[in-house]
Design a protein around this ligand. Sequence first.
Ligand code: SAM
Ligand code: SF4
Length: 418
Amino acid sequence: MNLHDSEKMLGVLQKEGYCETDNPLRADLIIFNTCSIRQKAEQKFYSELGRMKEYKKRKPGLKIAVAGCIAQQEGKNIFKKAPHIDFIFGPQNIHFLTDLVSGRITPVAVNDNPDIALRDLPVKREDGIKAWITIMYGCNNFCSYCIVPYTRGRERSRPSENIYAEVSALAENGYKEITLLGQNVNSYKSDIDFPGLLKKLNGIGGIERIRFVTSHPKDLSDGLIHAISELPKICEHIHLPIQSGSSKILNLMNRGYTCDDYMKKVSELRKKIPDLSITSDIIAGFPGETDDDHMLTIKVLKEIEFDGIFAFKFSPRSRTKAAEMQNQVPENIKSVRLHEILQLQDEITVIKNKHLEGTVQEILIEGNSETDSEKLTGRARSNKIVNIPMADIEKGKSVKVEITKGRKHSLEGIPVKE
Ligand code: SAM
Ligand code: SF4
């Protein structure tokens, strides 16, 4: 979502005549688009920000801005920590960027923007084949650990006509794959609901693949399961964060489902879409998590066998309920639990990927592999990375590939004749 916000900032600035540079020493404007989901991201930002003083000394006309969720959270307090900053704007205020750069408005834009879903911004995309599209902003869920509802505001869905027009324009420009973005896409609601939106977008010629992130287990409806199984362009992959295998912890997290509810949704999904790839998020060491709770998470990982997970140590975020909870888990225990979770998942991922050896998968070619100059890379519909021997195949082409090797982070394969 942050990367896509950066594409919007680039889109707005391009209209003003700005272009991008890889070299910060040449820049007239540097924007930090920050994330505050965990403390580590915040720390990284503040250490980078300190270095900017030197840049400003070298080039006094340089403007430095802070955007994203730290900007939203801290507002003008950032000026106290870093007086060399020129302006600050939150994720709901990207439309003010031009006015902020030119100094036409005061240098702090962090107000709630109720019209965000109605005001479309220009987007500068690099890829040419795959594109992100925001379908909704904000979040209403208030999971007890999460800063997002405080930084990105209330849930607001874009009108389906606007999304349809954006995707149609992308298709006309040769894009093949779209990923619909929202904190909880299942609760998309404008003139139509989320399965209705998928159906509408599935009809756009030229687009071959449709993905979406993130799905919330409590809102995963039969209608959505049906849409994934019936609509040919919807890829067989769902990112469905479970967060914990303990229903006690899920309740403390305010997730709105039990572990049992989650398992039932997974079995329903697998029944209707047998080759579905399922990935998830886990938080290790949430306040009050005992060894037994942790073991329930280990158990659920073994039972479900996700294709992959993102796992994080619980990070207390100010304003959230979980930050104030008693029984915070010591850092060393969080680290041990995270390590166990990641190690187990690595083993599961390798086994699952090895099972794919000998199968034929449709790969959308993304270009040369960054790690191996002898290979082309692309993704299967499951979202798994697949590398194939270098061949004269254009970026954006779909090819059928037989999987020859399943590894931890990717698959190897060879194209098959059709
Ligand atoms: N809206 C999505 C959802 O509910 O699944 C995900 C949003 S969040 C940006 C991505 C992931 O970050 C979450 O699924 C959660 O696992 C993790 N996360 C959020 N807040 C966290 C915190 N305070 N500490 C550790 N991990 C956190
Ligand atoms: Fe955060 Fe929960 Fe909203 Fe996801 S659903 S963004 S974890 S509050």
